[in-house]
Design a protein around this ligand. Structure first.
Ligand SMILES: C[S@@+](CC[C@H](N)C(=O)[O-])C[C@H]1O[C@@H](n2cnc3c(N)ncnc32)[C@H](O)[C@@H]1O
Length: 359
């Protein structure tokens, strides 16, 4: 489910709110939520409304989930959360939620605590405390307050509006650090951080069991993230040492995937269509292009990628220079771009292409 799949997240909207979910590298909370408006004088005076269904809603009680994101990156986390939700069959909503009655919240617990997070500097701690107290009072007929070890945590995410809900799950950011490059048997200076790799994999929107290909696998950073979210993972690289490195990375993390050696074009000819591609091609600096001009390699690769995808499928690719995207054939349409600053002479340009119908 979403909390296992995302790269991080601590706060941000999946669904809804400008005040809610995602980003690369956070800890996330998923909330059963409804959105509320508040006023400083009476925070609960206009409390919510009916929750809007997000996904798998029980027939009698629609549920919406919000993801709280840390905001580590201005756009990437939000896009990742939305893409992961779509891959899981949900429908991210960025429109307003309908208003919900606070009474619609069912704690299903003996004890609870209310925690209010202020997502902007606009509100003082006093307002958050007032909201915590009033929400606590409103729910006190359902369970006892226990601030230390509550069975249920009611979260209020406070922005210009607020989202209120019961915490459904939290994302374990530390689990991504366990796959940090230094924890792997093989790694190189260009190896992607596992949180970025997970975000790229999620952006492909490949569902569980769908085939995800990394044609420039290197040490297997993307392959391991793809395998861990349940994709049918295919990793390939021209360099035999890199193929071995990817294999040992997958084994080290007990992840399963097919690993083959070969130029991406030969691999594409052999495997046919895939459901998504996430990849980090050579930059033409530290990582090898095997004597091919960088421009030629990217032009050739973008054409091969377009030919390996069905309409609406996605290629998520890291480019060392955004102008390389101009080499893409017309059947690859740019749908999103992100910048990931690494150091003074390296910014990774992440392009999300969608395959358009046609040849
Ligand atoms: C930037 S590295 C990939 C790094 C990888 N994302 C990681 O985290 O370790 C690029 C890789 O592309 C491979 N490569 C270069 N030209 C290739 C080609 N024509 N076909 C397949 N792989 C190629 C290189 O051997 C290198 O391992």
């Amino acid at each position: 489910m979403l909390s296992r799949r995302l790269s991080s997240a601590s706060t941000g909207p999946l669904l809804a709110s400008p005040s809610c979910p995602s980003s690369v590298g956070y800890s996330v909370s998923l909330c059963l939520c409804g959105r509320v408006r508040h006023s400083a004088s009476s925070p609960l005076s206009a409390l919510p409304t009916r929750p809007q269904a997000f996904r798998d809603p029980p027939p009698s009680r629609p549920v919406a989930y919000a993801v709280e994101l840390s905001g580590e990156h201005p756009k990437l986390a939000r896009a990742e959360a939305a893409a992961a939700a779509r891959a899981l069959g949900g429908a991210p909503v960025n429109a307003d939620l309908e208003r919900v009655q606070l009474e619609a919240i069912e704690l299903e617990a003996d004890t609870f605590a209310v925690r209010c997070s202020r997502l902007t500097e606009a509100h003082g701690a006093e307002l958050a405390e007032t909201i915590e107290r009033e929400v606590g009072q409103a729910l006190s007929d359902q369970a006892d307050v226990d601030l230390d070890e509550p069975e249920a945590v009611v979260r209020v995410l406070l922005d210009n509006e607020a989202v209120v809900g019961v915490e459904a799950a939290t994302i374990d950011r530390a689990s991504h650090e366990e796959r940090h490059v230094e924890e792997r048997p093989d790694h190189s200076p260009v190896t992607l951080h596992p949180r970025l790799a997970r975000a790229l994999v999620n952006l492909t929107e490949v569902p569980e069991g769908g085939r995800l290909w990394d044609p420039f696998a290197g040490t297997g950073g993307l392959a391991v993230e793809a395998a861990l979210i349940g994709a049918d993972t295919l990793a390939s690289d021209l360099d035999e040492d890199m193929v071995e490195a990817t294999q040992s990375t997958l084994e080290h993390f007990e992840a399963t995937g097919a690993v083959v050696q070969g130029d991406f074009q030969d691999v594409a000819d052999a495997v046919g269509f895939v459901d998504g591609i996430a990849t980090d091609p050579p930059y033409g600096r530290a990582s090898k292009t095997h004597d091919e001009e960088r421009q030629d390699l990217f032009e050739r690769f973008l054409a091969v990628a377009a030919g390996s995808l069905d309409a609406s499928d996605r290629l998520v690719v890291v480019l060392p220079d955004p102008e390389l995207a101009d080499l893409a054939p017309l059947t690859l349409e740019v749908v999103e771009t992100f910048e990931w600053y690494v150091h003074g002479s390296l910014t990774r340009h992440i392009f999300v292409f969608e395959r358009r119908a046609g040849h």
